[in-house]
Design a protein around this ligand. Structure first.
Ligand code: NAP
Length: 319
């Protein structure tokens, strides 16, 4: 039986693997495989320059940051295998806990979950990575904190009517000449305080009762505008913008744990004690827990915490 299995990869998972490996726990990481917007390495695999990860004065490419985090964990003995966990068995109090992937069950005294979250996207050919002919990270983004600074002086569109859209829209006014919030209804899901703050911002414009019907221009390799469609009369108009931020929510990648761990109503894993879940020996870290900060550095920090918590837990069992 293993000491630790880590499910999922990304800043939280790789950091947990690094700490667990350096603590001589010989962790096994099952790092996922490409499925839809879920990629081994997580959301940073879809990001270009990362300028706010401490330690990189001139920034670092998201995929490069994940490659080096992975290599660092491997250097200390973490075993990292591709694969998609299809089923978990957390039914034995205090373990061993089990994870099934590729028709084999792996057993461990402790499990660290780091399956992340996926931004909700709209169905359009431009909303794909550049190597699939899309404009993701070339003007289409799901993260204003990551990519806003690349659109200084641009007209920007933000899609969504929740707190994320208000927050991203307000944040983007630091860079953009204008920010147009496009929302499919006249009413908002956003909280009053966030909505009021956005409404008071003179740089924010509103296109309500509209959806994004088209995104231009994949041929040019950058965003030059979006075509908005009125939900009532289906009329269309073009909005010239240099970037589209999609802020229609995230979904935690936690379907695997439904009915097996305590989740909040939105599906995020709940911590019971530090990073431990309601099942003893099962820990969770990163965006599958956190819908507030959602940063690479906070996910890495929580991965570190989960590994230390797992180590202390194993010590308490006498291992
Ligand atoms: P959300 O509350 O679920 O809002 C998603 C928005 O996107 C809704 O307005 C929804 O429209 C719209 N939408 C969903 N699918 C769409 C589609 N296919 N096309 C066009 N529009 C679509 O998600 P969120 O804004 O990410 O917030 C998630 C949670 O995090 C909330 O609890 C929120 O309060 C919290 N949060 C808090 C803060 C903060 O306090 N600083 C910041 C961000 C998020 P409809 O309204 O028509 O359904």
């Amino acid at each position: 039986m293993r000491n630790v299995i880590i499910i999922g990869s990304g800043p939280a998972g790789y950091t947990a693997a690094l700490y667990a490996a350096r603590a001589n726990l010989a962790p096994l990481m099952i790092e996922g495989e490409p499925r839809g917007t879920v990629l081994p390495g997580g959301q940073l695999m879809l990001t270009s320059d990362v300028e706010n990860y401490p330690g990189f004065e001139h920034g670092v490419q998201g995929p490069e940051l994940m490659r080096t985090m992975r290599a660092q964990a491997e250097r200390f003995g973490a075993e990292i295998v591709p694969g998609w966990v299809e089923e978990v068995d957390f039914t034995r109090a205090g373990g061993p806990h089990r994870a099934r992937f590729e028709d084999r069950w792996e057993e461990a005294r402790a499990v660290i979950i780091a399956t992340g979250a996926s931004p909700r996207l709209i169905d359009h050919p431009a909303v794909r990575p550049p190597d699939e002919g899309g404009l993701m990270s070339r003007g289409i983004s799901t993260c204003a904190t990551c990519d806003g600074a690349f659109f200084k002086g641009a007209d920007i569109a933000v899609l969504g009517g929740g707190d994320s859209a208000m927050e991203e829209g307000s944040f983007l006014t630091r860079y953009g000449k204008s920010v147009t919030i496009v929302h499919r209804r006249e009413e908002f899901r956003a909280s009053k305080i966030m909505l009021d703050r956005a409404r008071k911002n003179p740089k924010i414009r509103w296109e309500l009762g509209k959806t994004v019907a088209d995104i231009e221009d994949v041929k040019k390799g950058r965003v030059t505008g979006v075509v908005l469609e009125d939900v009532k009369d289906r009329s269309r108009k073009r909005l010239p913008v240099g970037a589209l931020f999609i802020a229609i929510g995230h979904d935690p990648n936690t379907a695997l744990f439904r009915g097996k761990l305590d989740l909040d109503p939105a599906g995020y894993i709940l911590h019971r004690e530090h990073t431990m879940t309601n099942v003893r020996g099962v820990f969770a870290s990163g965006d599958c827990v956190d819908h507030r900060y959602r940063q690479a550095v906070t996910a890495a920090g929580m991965g570190c915490q989960a590994a230390i918590d797992a180590e202390k837990y194993l010590e308490s069992l006498g291992h």
